[in-house]
Design a protein around this ligand. Sequence first.
Ligand SMILES: *[C@@H]1O[C@H](CO)[C@@H](O)[C@H](O)[C@H]1NC(C)=O
Ligand SMILES: *[C@@H]1O[C@H](CO)[C@@H](O)[C@H](O)[C@H]1NC(C)=O
Length: 564
Amino acid sequence: MQRAGVSLVLLLAVILSFIGCLASHGRAWSLPFRRRGEPWREALAAAKVQYAAQRETHWERWAALVRQRTVSSEIDNEEEFQRATDLLRRWLAEEAGCVDVQVVRRDNHSRPAVLASCGFGDASATDTSSVSSILFYGHYDVQPASAVADGWTVTDDAFAPVTRDGKLYGRGVSDDKGGVMALLAALHTMRAVEQSDLVDPHHRGSRRLCVKVLFEGEEEIGSPSLTALIAQHPSYLFGGCDRAADAIATPVQAVISVDGGQFDERTAQLVCGMRGAAAWEVVLHGAARDVHSGAWGGAVPNPAQALAMLVAALYHAENHSVAVPGFYDGVLPPAERYGGDHERFLRAASRAMPPERQLATHLGVSALGGGERSLYPHLVDRLWFRPTLEVVGMGSGYYGPGIKTAIPARATLKLSMRLVPGQRRAAVLAAVRRYVERFCAMHLQAMGIRCEQYALPFAADPYELPIDHPLNRLLEQVLRGEYSRRVLPMRSGASIPALSMLQEAAAPAPVGTLAFSTEADNLHGPDESMTLSRFDKAVATYLHLLYRMRFEAVFPPPPPRDEL
Ligand SMILES: *[C@@H]1O[C@H](CO)[C@@H](O)[C@H](O)[C@H]1NC(C)=O
Ligand SMILES: *[C@@H]1O[C@H](CO)[C@@H](O)[C@H](O)[C@H]1NC(C)=O
């Protein structure tokens, strides 16, 4: 099978380079399907042939990175991070020809990030209007995985990747080592084309292309160092590739995250928004220790009962909206905030998403009746446009087999919030704190319950980039070039903290996503996987974007950033 694949690729290479020769040698020979005025298409075709001849090497490197157990939430794995960053540094410097590759960290306790500066084309290009520059963001850390305990079926070690039925399996294969390695493969391919004597020089592109890279090691724990890291290296990250004066003159024109996803194997999407996130913990204290429920029941306050009262008071009973005053401040009904785009989102969702009943069956519930269903009957409004306050953890008392007749000494509550544009995270958390404080003072204190509350380190501001923003327009063209179906404008209810952090730091350059995970990959779960064909498609799509930038001024250069 594989040998047949390789010879097919070689045959294709021969045919394509023949076509390339014909096309580049004079008018008389140009072929009817050659689109005039778009030389980047030929360059892209040549680059894809180059990649196809090397793709098994790239798959092997991808698996090699997956073998490094870079679980950011675990401790004592400094060496694993060191090995992973060594690999990335070597590949960026030696294969992708990037210069000034640095492994940096905020302080001795944070995970390292890898930065690189990769210039293509004429470094002496002094005319800033002939430089295209972009920063790619991704992460090489992963979620924990214990193959046996978590029920992996394809391997008994989640960090020993296996290929089966055209998929690579292993922790981080999709999230986000797939994105990181597909980008690296694209940069390596572009470098190989640039250095090859066999390639028509016209296929290298006419513009100077500057690619900046930031791979962080703390995304899965909420990017706690990212803001500080960005502040420590602003001109490296957001300036041009060519040091000194040019670094300031040609700032990055866009930032792209390689973390994120497509709808499915064949349907591409533009992710135009993600919700923000915040988390809160409340601990209610009763007696100093658990006490006999017969000896003391009726006198000692019960934190579990108090917790149930508090949780009930967080929501309006009749419409299930959040009862915390100020929680919805700044939130507009989606039709009002997004106008006609709201309809476009709903249409795209109804085209791509299975019917609500089917989703409910898939999830094993009789109805998707959570949240503010009576107020926002449309599922997509509740998933993409409305903020939520969810109880994600309640703990108190005994829940083993049988009964233990003791009044628990304490009860804990964990709340996860998803926030939408218009809300301010600090204001929402302050509103929750005030509400819990008042509830405790009014209802629990007299019982003898003491309340404690604090924010948990899980924070992201909402992210959005309008459907018709020039960056999304470009990404749509790029995706349409590589996917056969139309590109759907979508949003996501989940959060990637880095997106809003980068958005703030990179402004006025916009931040978009071009990433290839799908729901079927089972990110964060057992048997995480990605199809090899989707990895190839990711590489092709990154090449598509890079060659557009190599040949065309796809973005107007933003005004210079003062602070660089
Ligand atoms: C970090 O580690 C280096 C080298 O081990 C040490 O010299 C430095 O003092 C440490 N810094 C802090 C803030 O602990
Ligand atoms: C939900 O119910 C509460 C309690 O009746 C009411 O105050 C609130 O206005 C309702 N929310 C909406 C959006 O109608």
